[in-house]
Ligand binder design. Structure first.
Ligand code: ZN
Ligand code: ZN
Length: 406
């Protein structure tokens, strides 16, 4: 028996309360940056397990020091989405909340973060219960506001790096609509970097019949939209990945008025920080040059928002964890995840410590019928084997670095 299997010998007991706790979190989700009841429940449970518990930036960190050895951090995100649940589960959420704009919205764990919380609390209990099997420090980090990309930043702004020991390695996991019990691993970039940019360009208003007395921002914006299409086709090296989408273009109110400004909302996805910088530089250059070409009376403004960093799995850490997963779960249950064009703010925290990391996918649905995508109002992972697999994965990955094997 390996030391990881020894720690997991109590999993049947953990599973009992995990299923109840999961249903409780699922029934009572909280929006990003409003996770007070969720965080309080996590802190209470970590405290009762003997962890040193701190509230940091709206999240919770539990540290368990168990003699000399490496430090390993596992992160779970804890927020839910403004989605009205449409499943018919007995533990479906009927809760509502007031969002940042003041609107009342339905709330749902439509991204499965309730699975992440419950698996990490389960692993925290198992590791605390068998301290002879391992040595070092385990950091269980519960992060708020992943969906808005604000939570990692908030924890760092609240001094996270000075409050917990620097991890030697960090992990994250996400439940996805793949077959339950199957783990997906990926070396290198796994989630894209995402940026949104609000671009405002200025014209000079005039009567629609007298264009020569104004500067038309509609023509200017149209020209920018077309020119932006040449970044991926002409500037990014063939074979490298980038997406530039103009998702919104708004100007003017009437056919006979030349307005004084136009606003473009641009979304950008990349898998490489060098490519990202190149695309950002190109967007800024094109916008400024087109404004110049139009005789725009004022420089344009570019506001960056909803920015997600690249999630780029360390090859060595990923290899160690994948080998441990294959030994534990068997070859058939450990697959290549592939790159996912969605984005995550997980990497901000390990990057702030300078810590290598790996982030894996956890299947949560019937192998016969693929589940709905994350964020769907029907997103309802199978409780088992998902909770067990997610808990086992954390213990096995942590024990690959802290276990007293051999
Ligand atoms: Zn999500
Ligand atoms: Zn998510």
């Amino acid at each position: 028996m390996t030391r990881a299997q020894e720690v997991l010998a109590n999993l049947d007991v953990t599973t009992l309360w995990q299923e109840d706790l999961y249903k409780q979190f699922h029934a009572h989700p909280e929006l990003s940056s409003q996770e007070t009841a969720t965080a309080a429940e996590i802190a209470r449970r970590l405290g009762s397990l003997g962890y040193d518990v701190q509230s940091v930036g709206g999240g919770v960190v539990g540290v368990l020091t168990n003699g000399p050895g490496k430090t390993v951090l596992m992160r779970a995100d804890i927020d839910a989405l403004p989605v009205t649940e449409l499943t018919d589960l007995p533990y479906a959420s009927t809760d509502t909340a007031v969002d940042a704009t003041g609107a009342t919205v339905g709330v749902m764990h439509a991204c499965g973060h309730d699975i992440h919380i419950t698996c990490l609390l389960g692993a925290a209990e198992l590791l605390a219960a068998d301290r002879d099997a391992w040595g070092g420090t385990f950091v269980a980090l519960f992060q708020p506001a992943e969906e808005t990309a604000a939570g990692g930043k908030a924890m760092l702004a609240d001094g996270l790096t000075g409050k917990v020991p620097r991890p030697d390695v960090a992990f994250g996991q996400h439940v996805l609509n793949h077959a339950a019990g199957v783990i997906g691993m990926q070396v290198g970039p796994v989630f894209s970097a995402g940026d949104s940019i609000k671009i405002t360009v200025f014209g000079a208003g005039s009567h629609g019949s007298m264009p020569h007395l104004g500067v038309d921002p509609v023509v200017l914006a149209a020209s920018i939209v077309l020119r932006l299409q040449t970044i991926v086709s002409r500037e990014v090296k063939p074979g490298e990945f980038a997406v530039v989408t103009v998702g919104s273009s708004v100007a003017g109110t009437a056919s006979n008025i030349i307005p004084d400004r136009a606003v473009l909302l641009v979304n950008l996805r990349t898998y490489d920080t060098g490519v990202r910088q190149r695309v950002v530089d190109s967007i800024e250059r094109i916008v400024r040059a087109e404004c110049e070409a139009s005789g725009s009376p004022e420089p344009p403004t570019l506001e960056y928002y909803d920015q997600f960093p690249l999630t780029d799995n360390d090859p060595e850490v990923t290899a160690v964890v994948a080998e441990a997963f294959r030994a534990h779960f068997g070859e058939a249950r450990v697959v290549e995840l592939g790159r996912i064009p969605a984005s995550e703010d997980f990497s901000r925290i390990p990057d702030a410590f300078g810590t290598p990391y790996t982030y894996w996918g956890l299947g949560g649905f019937s192998p016969e019928k693929p589940g709905p995508p994350n964020h769907s109002p029907f997103f309802a992972p199978l409780i088992q084997p998902t909770l067990r697999a997610g808990t086992e994965a954390i213990v096995v990955a942590v024990m690959a670095f802290l276990g007293k094997d051999g």
